[in-house]
Ligand binder design. Sequence first.
Ligand SMILES: [Zn+2]
Ligand SMILES: [Zn+2]
Length: 256
Amino acid sequence: MNLSALPAFADNYIWMLHDGTQAVVVDPGDAAPVLQALNAQGLQLAGILVTHHHPDHVGGVDTLRAHLQGPVWGPARENIPKPFEPLHDGDVVTVLGRRFQVIDVPGHTAGHIAYFELDDDAEPLLFCGDTLFSAGCGRLFEGTPAQMHHSLSRLAALPGGTRVCCTHEYTLSNLKFAVAVEPGNPELAQYQARCTALRAQGLATLPSQIALERQINPFLRCEVPEVVTAARAHGAANDDAVTVLATLREWKNRYR
Ligand SMILES: [Zn+2]
Ligand SMILES: [Zn+2]
């Protein structure tokens, strides 16, 4: 199975999975890069997976329908272009012979879902949209810090080898903030050097890995003493993980 990240807009990736004949894409905000990739590689579009309703994730869906020989799957609780197969937490969808489990991850939007691959024990795929980014997390447009904390905790509990396919190339700016939170974290410094080199060559920093994110992503580390201390210095009223996450998120919103 081949996985690629099709660049779209300024910093989106449309993830494409294909077996040499058929392809599925995740969150096609724009149809053009998808059609170009399908044509270039002689692939049929067998399905579309959607994580949430934002235009940069669904904008290409209706154009792609003319080329689609399969369903559009999406979150049951969100308003995405119809018709689509509505999915709930725990549902399993089979794409290209692989099973993906649906995980509810509200926070960025109210009905955001993620797709976790069940048929690969070593390096399963996770398509997590705008919930978990490398070294960061999505903004809280519709959900609460408690919801985002719960959603991120569910993703952080996935196997360490899980390949994290997020929708945006935000890694370097997230890392700048992560270093401000945890200046003494050696894994963070190493990862920042690696990602800076990748971006200098025009390469994607993604997919990331759950085991790595647990080490470097401040939003998955709200119980780590250094992260708690940094949050307390930026207004957190107590050491509670949800309070810490809320404080980090607001600090990050202002951080340049
Ligand atoms: Zn979004
Ligand atoms: Zn987005």
